[in-house]
Design a protein. Structure first.
Length: 201
């Protein structure tokens, strides 16, 4: 059973068909074999390594998901934005003009919604953050399995420290770039038309 099947439940079929996920699972399998000297007879290390694999696969899956969403929304917004002025330029009257006006309204709405979703959910930012997290974790894993020093405990401690730091950095970046950025600023509400207005009774 692959890592994707073991840890992602209802998404496992889609993940198993994804070439990128298949590739990352092969790489993780190779790394696990190379890391056996660090993992054998160490249940705590095995548990940590399994969690690390989960995070790597999840990051890779989200990279491709966010990438698809980003390009799909950008294409929809771009096509809609280009179509609107073309429809307006037709300048038809009668039934044709009514149809064109409704189409113009629909495409304008689609363009606005697509752009709003991109801005609100920061799909592009998520894509880059997941990609950086996955690349960092893979690099830390290879550094561990390639280490051949006399002190395996030191190499393992460095691996766990770097992994924990990468995940913590991702969480901080996500909070700043996605959660806080999508929330209205405190001065937005006070800068509206009602700022400083006195209500009369």
């Amino acid at each position: 059973m692959g890592i994707a099947s073991a840890i992602h439940g209802r998404f496992s079929n889609r993940m198993e068909r994804n070439p990128a996920i298949k590739d990352i699972e092969k790489r993780l399998g190779t790394m696990r074999k190379a890391a056996e000297p660090f993992l054998t007879d160490h249940e705590a290390r095995m548990a940590y390594w399994s969690e690390w694999e989960y995070t790597v696969v999840h990051a890779e899956w989200r990279v491709h998901g966010c990438q698809r969403q980003f390009y799909a929304l950008r294409v929809i917004a771009l096509v809609s934005a280009i179509t609107v002025p073309s429809l307006v330029g037709l300048n038809l009257s009668g039934t044709g003009g009514s149809v064109v006006r409704w189409l113009t309204f629909a495409f304008s709405l689609v363009a606005a919604i697509s752009t709003g979703v991109l801005t609100l959910y920061r799909v592009g930012d998520r894509w880059l953050m997941y990609r950086k997290l996955g690349e960092d974790l893979i690099r830390f894993g290879w550094t561990l399995v390639e280490s051949s020093g006399p002190d395996p405990q030191s190499a393992w401690d460095t691996f766990t420290m770097d992994t924990d730091k990468a995940i913590a950095d991702y969480n901080r970046t996500y909070e700043a770039a996605v959660i806080h950025a999508s929330q209205p600023k405190p001065d937005d509400a006070s800068s509206g038309p009602g700022r400083g207005a006195k209500h009369s009774t």
